[in-house]
Design a protein around this ligand. Sequence first.
Ligand SMILES: Nc1nc2c(ncn2[C@@H]2O[C@H](COP(=O)(O)OP(=O)(O)OP(=O)(O)O)[C@@H](O)[C@H]2O)c(=O)[nH]1
Ligand SMILES: [Mg+2]
Length: 308
Amino acid sequence: MTDPIATDKQLPVTSNPVDFRSGFVAIIGKPNTGKSTLMNRLVGDKLSITSPKPQTTRYAIKGILNDENSQVIFVDTPGYLKPRYEMQQKMLDNITQTLKNVDLIMFITEIGTFPTEYDTEVLDLLKGIKTPQIAVFNKIDRTQGYDRNLIHMHLPHSIEEIIFISALYGDNITELVNMIKWHIPYHEPYYDADQLSDLPMRFFAQETIREAIFHYYEQEIPYATAVIVERYQELEDRSVIDATIWIERQSQKPIIIGKNGDNLKRIREYAEAALTQFTGMPVQIHLWIKIKDKWRKHSQALKELGFH
Ligand SMILES: Nc1nc2c(ncn2[C@@H]2O[C@H](COP(=O)(O)OP(=O)(O)OP(=O)(O)O)[C@@H](O)[C@H]2O)c(=O)[nH]1
Ligand SMILES: [Mg+2]
């Protein structure tokens, strides 16, 4: 295992198509380590929602980084946890499936707390997988120093390289990109060079509303809600979005709505501002609330939400 803080091995610039590299890179780790923050940083746009609360990401979300000699397709995954209810089981199945189908696995953890029990669980899973793996220690902006021997001791042999970064502040990101590129195969690009993601705008709208909910509510509410975009209209001067927020119980309704509708208004305004910035066009959102009893445990409801 090599242990560079940074690598300056850049791929040569080439116009020969046979020298072009392209591949899929999974970002995996326990909840809240900064996986989505890192993917957004790597692709230079806000594709995956982030929050200080664990288990924010629910789907495998792709983000594409294009340059003159490579195309890297990152796959952000939900934080790895032992499943407690059906939605989490589906999230885990999704992660395991992703790991088998990529060219490189990027294990990401927090430098300040490594190794936690959850880190060990993820690393145990990785030991049994043949895909090349690198370890990324995030949030270096938060620690004074770290014990490299301790880190090496806890990493399995399946990890080929390690790097220390700050996804939030951008430290060592160029070096990480160089490292990643050496690990992906020679291959023609999988997507058009101007494509940033494979997901439609309604998905980003849904996720942005969910981010607002993670931002404004505490405890169970963010986990007990799901968002469905019923209609996304692109008009000449603005986009209009109709969305439903699913909750699990009648008692959650007054909390979501708030006094005089204040809470719901805050969610709407947060999502409208973020989507206006993302699309470069005014966005107007209408929100509805629907009670779907225990939707997190029901296969049919999960299917409607895109978990298969
Ligand atoms: N200080 C510091 N905070 C960071 C860094 N990277 C991410 N964070 C913060 O860590 C929290 C979690 O970030 P996310 O990107 O949502 O983490 P995640 O791993 O995608 O989380 P899940 O989707 O829940 O698994 C957020 O509050 C981020 O702002 C970093 O380099 N330094
Ligand atoms: Mg995430």
